[in-house]
Design a protein. Structure first.
Length: 133
């Protein structure tokens, strides 16, 4: 997620470990489920605006390249928003241009939901407790 402060530190680590697969996790927003509905916590680009999604995807790819010094080895998105149109088509096209797999669209990428590194579920995941305290 190139928009966040830890991106520079993660990219520095990846530059030192060139054999590490390094994907671009597109961040177009975040939604929180409350009282039976999904509410936006923030929105980077409107999910239904193809032009805005394309522009933001290009901006995040450029930031990735600047930070990592290379292209990503695979693509996916925060909260799996790329499973819905029009984001899906935009990222499928971008993955094709880069000749890299897009998660949930390419069998070379296996999804594992065994670990989530965010605060709402720390008691459920021992790996989270070991890494994040």
């Amino acid at each position: 997620m190139v928009r966040w402060p830890a991106a520079a530190e993660a990219a520095a680590y990846a530059r030192k470990h060139q054999d590490l697969a390094l994907g671009l996790h597109f961040d177009l927003g975040e939604w929180i489920y409350r009282e039976g509905t999904w509410l936006p916590a923030y929105e980077v680009a409107p999910a239904d605006d193809v032009k805005a999604v394309m522009e933001e995807a290009a901006r995040q790819l450029a930031a990735f390249r600047q930070l990592a010094g290379r292209d990503p080895t695979h693509l996916d998105s925060h909260q799996h928003v790329h499973l819905r149109e029009p984001i899906r088509s935009v990222l499928i096209d971008l993955a094709g241009e880069l000749a890299v797999p897009l998660r949930h669209n390419d069998p070379r990428i296996r999804y594992s939901g065994n670990f989530y590194g965010y605060a709402p579920f720390p008691s459920r995941h021992s790996a989270y407790r070991r890494i994040c305290g």
